[in-house]
Design a protein around this ligand. Structure first.
Ligand code: AMP
Length: 415
């Protein structure tokens, strides 16, 4: 089935075509009809499956219809997201899809001034995308009225629970009309999530998108055995040999992110980092330069990168192995979005081999090994500019000492 065959507003079909979507993805095929019928949906789907458009398309259609029929305005749809980045990304998808409609879309999140958000809300918004913290601040100050919400979307609900927003979600429901449509999206499902999901939805349609191979077919992913202290030389080599490519490098902690950035800086490779210590404004600047490719290499931690969709990431490097296979799938899934091809490599040190085995066990198959001979390993280590740098520095220091020594001798002789 093509998008053209759906009974959705032509203005939305126009933007779908402009975005280059031809056929609905699996999750879209399964979610759009029940959402259009006004049913509750409980969907287990990961980012990268096209889940944002799966709810944005039918919601935009229903809202546009209402507006054209002269229905009263107000916040009719509330989308809750766990992080700033995801909230902004959802807003972007809604805005792109709703470009030719009259639906007004806006997102609010913490870390920025409240006043411009209040002004925008006062002017009227139909779809509000929000992170829990800022939303509650505005509700409690009386700047946000949620009494007209007809559709509630919880996106990445599992991550929201991980971040401790469970009480917030329960409180939120108190501010919403009882009669509403609830769409619950989660990447994973366990008893805790089921419990909260079933307390929010009514007779929900259950949709599960669980591909047999959790890593998409268009992603070539492999692992190379590299010792911890040597990883930076291999990263340098990889980045220099793929200088034109957009590369996302994952590390375990924010301290390591900064350390890797410094190491790359020493050998003349420009990178930047994204992690929880960065101010919201800094994060936005970095993300936008990575999106528009002025920044080619971004070093990220798992939490900061969760849910982000950056088009055209050509290479993912797991500088450190992730803690879980879920993170592995999520990380390598940052490349090869939609129908593009992607490449991913993991650097595995001796102390990470157990983690690798666990990840492979959960994936259900081994990850392709890149065989590096002793000779190739040694050559890569020698190719670093860091040695050059040290070598030049050492020579400079020796020269300086020589000059000082000769000068001291000359002075002595004069005496
Ligand atoms: P999401 O799972 O919402 O993060 O979407 C992942 C990526 O898939 C985004 O880059 C979307 O632009 C892309 N996408 C969504 N729907 C489609 C579609 N029907 N055809 C092709 N690409 C799509």
């Amino acid at each position: 089935m093509k998008f053209q065959d759906y009974r959705i507003d032509n203005d939305i079909k126009r933007s779908i075509a402009k975005m280059g979507y031809k056929k609905p993805t699996d999750i879209q095929y399964k979610s759009i009809p029940p959402i259009l019928r006004g049913e509750d949906v409980l969907a287990i789907a990961q980012t990268g499956t096209g889940k944002t458009a799966a709810y944005a398309i039918p919601i935009l259609h229903l809202l546009q219809e209402g507006i054209l029929r002269g229905k009263s305005r107000g916040i009719k749809c509330l989308v809750m997201a766990p992080t700033h980045e995801l909230a902004q990304q959802i807003e972007m998808v809604f805005k792109e899809l709703g470009k030719y409609t009259r639906v007004k879309i806006f997102s609010i999140h913490g870390g920025v001034d409240q006043d411009p958000q209040k002004e925008k809300l006062a002017k009227g918004v139909d779809v509000l995308v929000a992170t829990p913290g800022r939303m509650f601040d505005l509700v409690s100050q009386g700047d946000l009225n949620l009494s007209k919400v007809e559709t509630l979307v919880l996106d990445e609900a599992d991550h929201m629970l991980d971040l401790g927003f469970i009480k917030d979600i329960r409180d939120l429901v108190k501010h919403l009309p009882r009669k509403r449509q609830t769409l619950f999206f989660s990447a994973t499902i366990d008893d805790k999530i089921k419990k909260i999901a079933y307390s929010l939805v009514r007779n929900a349609i259950r949709i599960q998108i669980s591909p047999k191979d959790p890593v998409a077919k268009n992603i070539e992913h492999s692992v190379a055995f590299i010792e911890m202290d040597d990883k930076r030389f291999f990263l340098e080599y990889l980045l220099k040999s793929n200088a034109e490519k957009k590369v996302l490098v994952f590390v375990r902690t924010k301290v390591r992110a900064e350390r890797v950035k410094k190491a790359m800086g020493r050998v003349g490779v420009t990178t930047d980092t994204i992690h929880s210590d960065k101010l919201q404004q800094e994060r936005e600047i970095i993300m936008s330069s990575f999106r528009n490719s002025t920044l080619k290499v971004l070093i990220a931690t798992d939490v900061s990168a969760r849910g982000i969709d950056i088009p055209n990431v050509e290479y993912v490097v797991n500088y450190d192995l992730p803690e879980t296979s879920e993170y592995y799938v999520h990380r390598v899934g940052r490349t090869g979005r939609g129908s593009q091809k992607g490449q991913a490599v993991s650097f595995c040190a001796k102390e990470e081999r157990d983690l690798l085995l666990q990840i492979e066990e959960n994936l259900g198959k081994p990850i392709h090994r890149i065989e590096i001979s002793k000779r190739e390993y040694a050559i890569t280590m020698q190719m670093t500019n860091e040695n050059d740098y040290d070598w030049r520095k050492v020579i400079d220091e020796i020269e300086k000492e020589d000059i000082a020594y000769t000068n001291r001798k000359k002075k002595k002789r004069k005496r």
